[in-house]
Design a protein around this ligand. Sequence first.
Ligand SMILES: [Zn+2]
Length: 312
Amino acid sequence: MDNDIVKFGLAESRRLLFQIKAQLKRLGACRMPALPGMALLGIALPALVLILLVALGGTAAEAYRAPGRPAAAARSSGSATVYPEFRSSFGTIRWISDQMPIKVYIAPGLTLDSIIDPQLGAPMTNVDGRDRWPDLVADVVSNPQQFQSLPIAQGYVPEHYQAALQGINSWKAFERDGLFKFQLVNDPGDADIYVFWTNHFVNKLGLGLFQNDIRGYTAKRSFPYKAIMSGKQAQFKPVVTLLRTTEANGITMPAVKMKASAAHEFGHALGIEGHSPYPSDLMSVYYGRGAISTNDAATIRYLYHLTPDLIP
Ligand SMILES: [Zn+2]
């Protein structure tokens, strides 16, 4: 009888050990510095913190992609395909029900470009420093005086706000499926996702990236879901989207393109990390037809039925 108890105990221990190992393996994979942002961060951030950056469109964005795409095969359901690129190299990322409704704040035309990194002499919003955007926005919105002094982005027109709102709201269709819930908030001090504006993006040298066709960027910081669920503390930071008010030639971004940009970036904010390889999808680097495609729909549905590896 004692023997049995011992055997049972061993088996239980082994199973537990196996579970712990599996968990460590997964969490360990999350800590691999596979993204350039991690290297920049060094040890300045707790080990739990992960920076996930999503870029949109054009070659610069593609070059920034994390190496080593997931090996998952595309899944088809009818004529729709789940593109595996939705998964980051750290695993799946999505909001969980405890975080809903996700609060979205769209700044009316405000730009953060006037905030200069004293060491770089370039805007804090430079695209090479996207890993710091969540901290930047957290700081700015917690300081009402600074927030109120933010200028309006050059090239911004009020139609851009409506276009962005329409683009973001196109994801409302999935609330009916119970996948997620989000709402627009008017209080800039209390949101999960922030949308700000820029006339054009700059690199860390402050040089304007006029030539490329990147219309937006989204930066998020994510945390291992299992660690959070087991009670680990995390300092959540807002997801930040910047939208460009002008096209490559400097003219005002047309509303129809702005709507597509905002919808695309919101797809990233929801957790579609990579880009669809199918040009007709909104989440491709070509924005598809500017609207959520059947592939995009299948992908977001698939993502929100998975247990996430990470949560924003
Ligand atoms: Zn993108």
